[in-house]
Design a protein around this ligand. Structure first.
Ligand code: ADP
Length: 518
């Protein structure tokens, strides 16, 4: 008896050591089962565990040939319904079991594995002969059943933690917003994909860096920023977040406007554990706001000028106390008509711009004779200026292009009107084209003020106007080139500019040659 207890203790010790060494669950269960079978002088044993679908599946077997395992499944499936109540122990029929495993068995002892009121499965030990299992043996088995239950429980908890961590990692990694997890001394512990993309810092390089290196937002001073170089002084009291907005310059030089929210995580003892940083790219939002306010100021200015002129002339002309000679009357009415036309053109441009933004620019395609179109455009403008000379430069064999004539006229009108507007000292405005394969390239060149290189990329944006002295004197909404670009691109062409400040600008755009549709 003494030695039995000693052996049992030894086994249990061995099992708890294996548990602390975090042996995997199948090996642990095998160890426990072997010990139990040996202690009880059994020949066959098994530990079955309840699966998520309620079925029982053997997790460890002893004395059952591998080739017989498949025969156990139907037997276990039949046992499962008996174990519906959480406490009922799955009974096993000895004759059926003996036949399945190919060993004649006479005695069985089994005990449930449970933790609290959760039943996890059962452990079975079988003997082919000898006396029935007694209360003592049951007790011995109980200690192994308890160990097995703890092992299963630990493994499940561990699995849950691992699964949860994996899910959490996946959520953080794939979040559309940028996420950083910082240590209390503001170093980067975790950086997700979105933030790597925003900042241009690969995760492996960013990890461990102080946060100010990676998320160096430029913003007005005095804004408390936990990620600034002196950010350690910024306090993050429990339960509060700090939001910082600023601009970030990326490796290529492009800039983003970001909004970062810092939330501290404290433990139960009030010690700062981590800082979670959520970063949203608000560049487009800010851009839209900027456009809206530019839109309002440009439009109100551009609308007000003609309306004021119309109103001024109209009220002057209708004064009851004055009579006007026919010439004054005609001149006044001419101004009213001109300004009404300007208003009309502006409204058309606005409508076109909003159509383009809604993706609803429709083209009526046909063959367009560019030299004839350019001739018409030049005729329209030649009466408006004395200081500009127009030249046309089209080869005689230029093929017609495929396009929407009205829209293409709009492009040329805009380019020629700009060429005049931005050449206040006059000069030559040359319109020409050449064909190259399936493409015709059209150009409008002037000898005007030109466009600085760093502005050349932006002039095609809506409402964008170069901030020159002339800008304040010339009328314009910054919509002209935006519309040109949209129309040219709707023709599957592209538009660009070559310009040198003080010397002049040449705008180029391409169009497909007619009759060679793709
Ligand atoms: P708008 O002429 O109404 O201001 P555009 O979209 O047509 O708007 O042009 C945008 C800006 O590009 C203009 O404000 C001007 O600064 C610049 N620009 C356009 N065409 C020329 C040109 N031919 N020469 C110099 N600057 C030009």
């Amino acid at each position: 008896m003494e030695s039995l207890q000693l052996r049992q203790r030894e086994y249990l010790l061995q099992i708890s050591r294996a548990m602390t060494a975090q042996l995997d669950l199948p090996s642990l269960l095998r160890l426990i089962l072997n010990a139990a079978v040996e202690m009880l002088g059994g020949e066959v044993g098994m530990i079955v565990l309840r699966q998520a679908d309620g079925r029982l599946a053997p997790q460890a077997v002893y004395g059952i040939p591998k080739s017989r395992l498949a025969r156990l499944a139907p037997l276990l499936a039949e046992m499962a319904p008996l174990a519906e109540s959480r406490w009922a122990l799955p009974e096993v029929s000895l004759p059926l079991f003996s036949r399945a495993v190919g060993v004649p068995l006479r005695q069985v002892v089994h005990l449930p594995l449970h933790i609290g009121d959760e039943s996890l499965g059962a452990i079975y030990v079988f003997r082919s002969g000898g006396a029935a299992f007694g209360a003592n043996e049951r007790q011995v088995l109980q200690s192994f059943a308890d160990q097995a239950a703890i092992a299963v429980r630990n493994a499940r908890l561990y699995e849950e933690v691992v699964t949860e961590k994996r899910q959490l990692d996946a959520i953080i990694e794939n979040s559309a917003h940028g996420v950083l997890i910082l240590t209390p001394d503001r170093r980067i512990q975790v950086i997700n994909r979105a933030l790597s993309a925003m900042t241009g810092w690969p995760a492996e390089e960013a990890t461990g860096q102080p946060c100010w290196k990676v998320l160096a937002l430029e913003h007005p001073p005095n804004q408390p920023d936990p990620c600034a170089a002196d950010g350690l002084d910024v306090e993050l009291p429990p339960g509060r977040s700090i939001t910082v907005e600023g601009e970030l310059t990326r490796p290529g030089g492009s800039r983003l406007t970001l909004r970062a929210t810092y939330t501290p995580l404290y433990d139960d003892d009030g010690v700062l554990q981590h800082i979670i940083v959520n970063v949203v790219d608000i560049t487009r939002f800010r851009e839209a706001e900027r456009m809206k306010s530019t839109f309002i100021s440009v439009i109100s200015h551009e609308l007000k000028t003609p309306v004021a002129l119309i109103k001024g002339y109209a009220s002057t002309l209708r004064r009851a106390d004055a009579t006007w000679d026919p010439e004054t009357l005609r001149d006044g009415l001419a101004v009213i008509e001109e300004e009404a036309d300007r208003l009309n053109a502006l409204i058309d441009n606005l409508l076109d711009a909003s159509r383009i933004q809604a993706g609803a620019l429709k083209l009526e395609m046909g063959d367009v004779d560019l030299p004839r179109l350019a001739q018409k455009v030049v005729q329209g403008f030649s009466t408006q200026t004395d200081i500009h000379r127009f030249e046309l430069d089209f080869p005689a064999d230029l093929p017609p292009v495929l396009g929407d004539e009205t829209r293409l006229r709009q492009v040329l009108d805009n380019l020629v009107s700009n060429a005049i507007k931005y050449s206040p000292n006059g000069g030559v405005v040359r319109i020409g084209a050449w064909a190259d394969g399936n493409e015709v390239t059209v150009y409008v060149a002037d000898q005007g003020i030109g466009i600085p290189l760093d502005e050349q990329g932006r002039i095609f944006e809506s409402f964008y106007r170069v901030d020159s002295g002339l800008r304040r004197q010339t009328k314009g909404t910054g919509l002209g080139l935006y519309l040109c670009k949209a129309i040219v691109e709707a023709h599957r062409g592209h538009i660009w500019v070559r310009s040198e400040p003080g010397k002049g600008s040449t705008f180029f755009f391409t169009l497909p040659v007619a009759g060679r549709r793709e």
